[in-house]
Design a protein around this ligand. Sequence first.
Ligand code: GLY
Ligand code: MN
Ligand code: MN
Length: 436
Amino acid sequence: MLDFVKHRENLFQAMADNSVAVIPSAYIHLRNRDADYPFRQSSDFFYLTGFTEDSACLVLQKKQGQCRTILFCQAKVKEMEIWTGYRLGPEAAIAELTLDEAFTITELDDKLPEYMSDCDQVYAAWGSEKQWDQRLIDAIEKVKLKARTGVQAPTAMQAIEPLLHELRLIKGPAEIELMAKAASISAHAHQQAMARVQPGMFEYQLEGTIRQYCAEQGSRFDAYTSIVGSGENACILHYTHNDQQIKDGDLILIDAGCELNHYASDITRTFPANGIFSKEQKALYEVVLNAQLAAIEAVKPGNHFNHPHEAALQVLTQGLVDLGLLSGDVDSLIKEEAYKPFYMHRTSHWLGMDVHDVGAYKQDGEWRVLEPGMVLTIEPGLYVAPDDETVDAKWRGIGIRIEDDVLVTQDGHSILSFEAPKTVADIEALMAGQHG
Ligand code: GLY
Ligand code: MN
Ligand code: MN
């Protein structure tokens, strides 16, 4: 069970005494006339509350060592609930979410100055949303107006991210359990896509296969828009049109991961539409796979965040030389970034509630040292542009990425997405049942 009270306790501990933190919920966003995008709670807000409604705001006050948790949320109004569904309401929220106080969101602007009074600092995601910046500044102004009554107004606006995101970066056991489950579901969804694909299908039909499987397994949403790129589309890093017909002989790159109770998975697999890798596809695939294995090996406490990337670059560049796509000395080619036309992104990012999760990548200008509880992706790739005249025509238009979700453990790492097949032999064996 996610322990939201513990998350708040940890944040309180990091906050200076005599301070207030303000963390708003996410908004509902309009998609088009009268139709909204599905609502997704703000990760920061959910991490501290477990509350999934919109139009809410969390206020944490630490004053003379005393910590108070206050929630502002939508009033319970029967007529509104008929249209938009159940609301918890402030009264029930206190016990349900283990709060000290709760009010309706309409009371926020009146109450904020009270909570800020005699506090030195206001922690918030300053600079993220103008509306909230203004709202908080207005509240501080109101406190200042009370100066003659002896009340002191906050004097410092502090970024909340370094405190809160540092906590989110290190995952606890319940978070790891959720992420492992999300990764497992997604890994099996990738297997389903491999088993179902047939030349002639459209990319979005595979996207549908993945979503349906994840929904059957209890995931309400994807963690991000699935990338299903067949043939040359695999070379487009953020391809999401997913509307082309899959051809015999294509490789298909699927980058898809489900979200489970606000925690993400992020997996990429690349496989042949007809079940058998061609000679060139296989040669490049083996390079990417070996780079990925080398990068995963570099995930262990004490190594820094860039170690896996460095390991991947070594294998990828060597592979490009061995196959004749680059020529020269490998170390010099790495230094000159000669691999960039074929590998233009980095190997890793943090993974958590957000697919590109929060947390500093560098500390004091140095790459961050890996610690148990961090989760990162390992996702090297090679992409040969269809019009790349510098290489033999046989390589052109081949795009490959292999991505796993890797937890840093005490003695190394654990691959959360291990159930998604990735060796040529395993992929071809899985697909043989469908295409043999
Ligand atoms: N799915 C987005 C990424 O791999 O970074
Ligand atoms: Mn990723
Ligand atoms: Mn991905």
